[in-house]
Design a protein around this ligand. Structure first.
Ligand code: PAF
Length: 282
């Protein structure tokens, strides 16, 4: 079922809750791919009913970012969700999600100081706002997010904990194309040449993973390895290459616990992100 009104969705949720159904939520911005499908399928397996939200959230885009050009295809997305086992696709308008005069902000400080947070100053405020709205509307038992947006996942987990929101946040592994490129709706922006160049994200991180596995734990050298591999390709521009503590997301000087190795790279005009987590075992 396609639902556009918050009130209608709340009525459906009320009925489900009366019957005792468990509810899963998969928040998305649409233009769905196998990465989203893996979240939906996991949600379907673990819950009686699943809501997929499809909403290109204006508040998480900066003024020079791709809100207007972000790809949209609600008809295709609706079919994809239903075929993947979802019960409801929630596709509200911006006017319904953001009332005139709205002035509430959410700031998960500290966790947003580095990585994408430092490069996209309004981004996580917008993500937290829309995710908290969706959690309040759907009141799901579980909500599912991809590990490709590792900082987003950490920020949402912290927000839910801090605001006592009664939903379990589930992280799901990155889904990749056969050649290793992490699936993303933004991959559709890439030209044929850029698509080839984009492989350098995963390749550079794989080199780093191999070095770390060999026991080479020098943070500076690992970052240099990633950076020089990315720079060896024309038409790449590094936005960041960072190694941070997986929980606090603060840069580390030494690898002692679990770290997140993450990069954001412009391939032409398209900004792509990728990451992996490395667990240091003593
Ligand atoms: O990851 C996304 O697609 C978005 O940031 C999310 C979580 C749906 C919020 O708009």
């Amino acid at each position: 079922m396609l639902v556009k009104e918050i009130k209608s969705l709340r009525n459906i949720i009320k009925d489900w809750k009366k019957t005792g159904y468990s509810i899963g939520l998969v928040p998305t911005m649409g233009f769905l791919h196998e990465g989203h499908q893996s979240l939906i399928k996991k949600a379907v397996k673990e819950n009686d009913k699943v809501v997929v939200s499809v909403f290109v959230n204006p508040t998480q885009f900066g003024p020079n970012e791709d809100f207007n050009s972000y790809p949209r295809d609600i008809e295709k997305d609706f079919k994809y969700c239903i075929d993947s086992g979802a019960s409801v696709v929630f596709n509200p308008s911006s006017e319904k999600m953001y009332l005139k005069g709205n002035c509430t902000t959410i700031d998960v400080s500290g966790l947003t100081d580095f990585l994408c947070g430092s490069k996209r100053p309004v981004h996580f405020g917008g993500v937290c706002l829309v995710v908290s709205k969706l959690l309040n509307i759907v009141t799901p038992d579980k909500a599912y997010f991809g590990e490709k947006d590792a900082q987003q996942l950490a920020v949402i987990k912290r927000m839910v904990k801090d605001l006592n929101i009664d939903t379990k946040i589930i992280g799901c592994p990155i889904i990749r194309e056969k050649d290793g490129l992490a699936k993303s709706s933004r991959n559709t922006y890439l030209s044929k040449e850029e698509r080839k160049t984009a492989l350098v994200l995963n390749e550079s991180l794989s080199l780093a993973k191999e070095e770390l596995a060999k026991g080479n734990l020098d943070v500076k050298k690992i970052k240099e390895l990633i950076t020089s591999k990315i720079n060896s390709e024309d038409s790449t521009k590094i936005d960041y290459v960072e190694i941070v503590d997986s929980e606090t997301l603060q840069p580390v000087e030494h690898i002692e616990n679990s770290v997140l190795v993450a990069s954001a790279v412009f391939i032409g005009k398209t900004r792509l992100i990728d990451n992996f987590t490395f667990q240091f075992d003593i």
